[in-house]
Design a protein around this ligand. Structure first.
Ligand SMILES: [Zn+2]
Length: 294
């Protein structure tokens, strides 16, 4: 092939890659030092996870990512895996802090809020034996089925999860969904009556310490032990934005026995990253202390 023909192919390839104005410049020979393709900004999703900690999920990135104050103080670091990085940072309570997310392709600024309103809206808020929810906290809910209520986005995701499980031959439903502070208190007291305080604390959260109060947790009927449903949930719940919150491998961190039926909604991007990283507990994933006891 003649050299001129090769040049034409190369210019055409550059034009196809760069497109538009850059493509026109490529045909004029200007593209040799220009990057191919359009710039892609990283996508940042963030929520408070406690009253003094925020988590930032950065998608569309490679390499290391850090979260810092606008003055340059580094608060947290992460490394991308399959294009996504999770970074958590301790920030002042009950206020809004301006932060910068520094990636290899650019810097994104955000306002991370730990106000009550931001915590109440968070999809990633953590409750455990060390972190309590206020007795007054009651999220806005929708009715999912019968008497079972959830936050709206969780209820919709549950619908997709249930349909997919049924298609795979594993029908399921609710054993439990949202539980109020008062409802949790009553449930815990019934566990104490039958198991005693120590037994109750292994199987049932005290009032204010249950993620059922968030309206983002579901106990799935029949997802027990090594049943086919439990195995399907363990492998696939992330596709619908859920994680198994109390896995067998994290009892020392969560303080709860293995609960293959208890799924927690966090949204697909976080559930996917959590799963890719083979994370076991939200506590370690968000850099929070383990919570084996009260
Ligand atoms: Zn549960």
């Amino acid at each position: 092939m003649a050299e001129s023909a090769l040049m034409t192919i190369e210019l055409t390839r550059r034009a196809t890659l760069a497109g538009g104005l850059a493509g026109g410049l490529a045909l004029l020979g200007w593209a040799a030092t220009e990057p191919a393709g359009a710039a892609v900004a990283p996508k940042v999703t963030y929520y408070p996870v406690t009253s003094s900690r925020v988590a930032v999920l950065v998608s569309g990135v490679t390499g290391s990512v850090r979260v810092q104050t606008l003055a340059g103080q580094v608060l947290g670091r992460g490394t991308a895996l399959s294009g996504a990085a999770i970074v958590s940072a301790t920030v002042p309570a009950n206020t809004t802090t301006r932060l910068a997310v520094v990636t290899s392709t650019g810097i994104v600024q955000l306002s991370a809020s730990t106000t009550t309103a931001a915590l109440n809206a968070s999809l990633w808020r953590v409750a455990n034996k060390r972190i309590a929810l206020p007795s007054s906290f009651a999220p806005a809910l929708v009715t999912a089925t019968g008497s079972f209520r959830l936050r709206r986005d969780c209820a919709a995701a549950y619908g997709y999860l249930r349909q997919a499980a049924a298609r795979a031959g594993h029908p399921t439903g609710f054993t439990s969904a949202y539980r109020s502070y008062a409802g949790q208190l009553s449930l815990y007291n019934s566990y104490v009556r039958s198991l005693g305080p120590a037994g109750a604390d292994r199987q049932c959260a005290r009032a204010g310490h249950s993620e059922h109060q968030l309206g983002l947790s579901i106990d799935l009927k029949g997802s027990v032990g090594t049943s086919a449903l439990a195995q399907w949930i363990s492998a696939n719940a992330w596709r619908y934005g859920f994680i198994v919150r109390y896995p067998r491998t994290a009892t020392a961190v969560t303080g709860f026995e293995w609960e293959p039926w208890h799924v927690r909604y966090v949204g697909l991007p976080l559930a996917a990253d959590f799963t890719r990283r083979k994370a076991a507990a939200l506590e370690t994933y968000f850099g929070l202390p383990a919570a084996p006891t009260y």
